[in-house]
Write a protein that binds this ligand. Structure first.
Ligand SMILES: Cc1cc2nc3c(=O)[nH]c(=O)nc-3n(C[C@H](O)[C@H](O)[C@H](O)COP(=O)(O)OP(=O)(O)OC[C@H]3O[C@@H](n4cnc5c(N)ncnc54)[C@H](O)[C@@H]3O)c2cc1C
Length: 481
């Protein structure tokens, strides 16, 4: 890593920490080792790192001051939101030269404007808290993901998060109207517009969406809102195959007038995994079908989504496309259906360290990709279990591989490496993406790097050098320049 600053290496981490406390204030800079470690562990607990200090500013001006102080001391900065990212983007990889800058204290909602269908919020606001505050005003912020009780809006923007509602509302990028960003030289890019249409030249906010903190620190975001969908119909359906699930998806988009807000694919193993995490979770459908879909239609105002779901399912069941199904009769039942989808993640975690992917291929090729990749895994790694599930409407599948029970930690590491190679070989034949929604971080950097076309690398390098010439922002994340 190349680091910024005029007095690099002149001071050790302890002295740098002290200097930061003197420059920024003791309240802003955490320094107790035990406290620091909390910010240096990834969400799964697989990796623990270290840091010189954790900086916790309360305002945009304090973020700017922190950036200037770090430059002066030759330290680089790893921004951190809720630390729910799954690719090691938010924890340092050079503990003696990097500080964590946590946005968690910058969590104010500056404005919710139902008349304008917009809100302005600081980056550290937890997603579920933002959604709840917006819902109280009859409005809706559609971003929805399993980590929403911990992840922050700034982290969501920095990873361009996806989630379960992408098929209707798009990725985070499509929900952002404006950004306020502290740049690597400490200056502030003020762009918290709530304009829907603004074609004054190149749209600079796009540079920071999905940049994973490599170009600056997002301190506030203005977002689009929609009317709250008070009517939601949720169904769990049993089908003969993933291919049928994709047919059903296409059909549902047309028949349900694009009111579908979620369409999640799960294998029968989902029920076992969810119950391993939540033994009392009711499973209201037989586990004998090869494929399952959790589908949601939602709307506001005069739309009758219950009737729509009922009539849609009658049609597709009559044709034999859907073999069995249950429609949630209450919010509790709907919540329980979602718990199956969410619980299967927890169930996989309970089976120990395993290979996780976040892949996308064109929707028309998803079924054959999954079949080919699972076959390749079972041939290369007998005894390993493939679990494919995800936001199928977006062509996004999480094809995970669980090592056989009783595998040692070393065996698990070897299997994960081998499984990733096998799956990526198939993926490359389909010209798919190794990261549909989680980003690159540090975990996927080698795979990203290995597949980066020369022209794209040239542009990315030029951009990084132009915006962050001293390489102060999240070095090691996405690429080593
Ligand atoms: C159970 C679970 C379910 C998940 N489901 C989904 C899903 O469905 N879809 C999906 O896309 N992701 C999902 N994720 C991944 C994760 O929640 C998202 O990537 C989320 O957007 C990360 O937000 P965060 O606040 O936790 O960011 P962090 O993990 O703290 O940071 C992520 C990256 O953004 C950078 N960053 C954070 N805040 C800022 C900022 N203010 N300015 C600049 N850079 C910043 C960090 O340096 C890091 O590179 C899931 C994770 C878990 C644990």
């Amino acid at each position: 890593m190349t680091s910024a600053g005029t007095i690099e290496d002149a001071k050790g981490p302890a002295e740098q920490r002290l200097a930061l406390r003197q420059m920024l204030g003791e309240d802003i800079v955490l320094s107790e080792t035990e406290e620091l470690l909390r910010f240096c562990r990834d969400w799964h607990g697989d990796v623990t790192s270290g840091t010189v200090a954790v900086i916790r500013p309360r305002s945009t001006q304090q973020v700017a001051a922190a950036v200037k102080a770090c430059r002066e001391l030759g330290l680089s900065i790893v921004p951190q939101g809720g630390n729910t990212g799954l690719v090691l983007g938010a924890i340092p990889d050079a503990p003696e030269r990097q500080v964590v800058l946590s946005l968690s204290r910058m969590n104010r909602i500056r404005k919710i404007d139902p008349a304008d269908f917009s809100a302005v919020v600081e980056s550290g606001c937890i997603l579920s808290e933002l959604k709840d505050a917006i819902a109280k005003m009859g409005m809706f912020f559609p971003l929805a993901l399993g980590a929403q009780g911990s992840c922050q809006i700034g982290g969501n923007v920095s990873t361009n998060a996806g989630g379960v509602n992408v098929l209707r509302y798009g990725m985070t990028r499509e929900l952002v109207l404006g950004l306020e960003v502290v740049l690597p030289d400490g200056s502030i890019l003020e762009g918290l517009s709530t304009l829907r249409k603004d074609n004054r030249g190149i749209d600079l906010k796009q540079l920071f969406i999905g940049a994973e903190g490599t170009l600056g620190i997002i301190t506030a975001v203005s977002v689009k809102l929609t009317p709250y969908p008070d009517h939601v119909a949720t169904a769990l359906l049993g089908l003969a195959s993933l291919e049928d699930a994709i047919k059903l998806y296409r059909r549902a988009r047309r028949d349900c007038c694009d009111l579908m807000s979620a369409f999640e694919f799960m294998p029968p193993l989902a029920f076992t995994l969810a119950q391993e995490a939540m033994p009392d979770l009711p499973i209201p459908i037989s586990a004998e079908y090869p494929a399952y879909v959790l589908m949601e239609i939602s709307g506001s105002g005069l739309v009758d989504v219950d009737d729509l779901m009922q009539r849609f399912l009658e049609g597709v069941m009559e044709e034999g496309l859907v073999l069995d199904g249950t429609i949630a009769a209450s919010q509790t039942q709907a919540r329980n259906l979602w718990l199956i989808r969410e619980g299967m993640n927890e169930g996989q975690a309970k089976r120990g360290t395993h290979m996780r992917t976040d892949i996308s291929v064109p929707l028309s090729q998803l079924a054959s990709f999954v079949e080919e990749a699972e076959k390749a895994v079972s041939e290369a790694l007998p005894g390993a279990v493939s679990v494919s599930y995800g936001h199928v409407g977006d062509g996004n599948v999480h094809l995970n591989v669980l090592p056989p029970a009783g595998s040692t930690p070393e065996e698990r590491i070897q299997l994960i490496y081998r499984a990733k190679t096998v799956v990526n070989e198939v993926l490359d034949r389909y010209t798919g993406s190794i990261s549909a929604e989680h980003g690159i971080g540090r975990l996927k950097r080698p795979d990203f790097d290995a597949r980066l076309p020369a022209t794209r690398r040239k542009l990315l390098t030029a951009l990084k050098h132009a915006v962050d010439p001293e390489m102060i922002m999240n070095p090691g994340c996405q690429l080593r320049f």
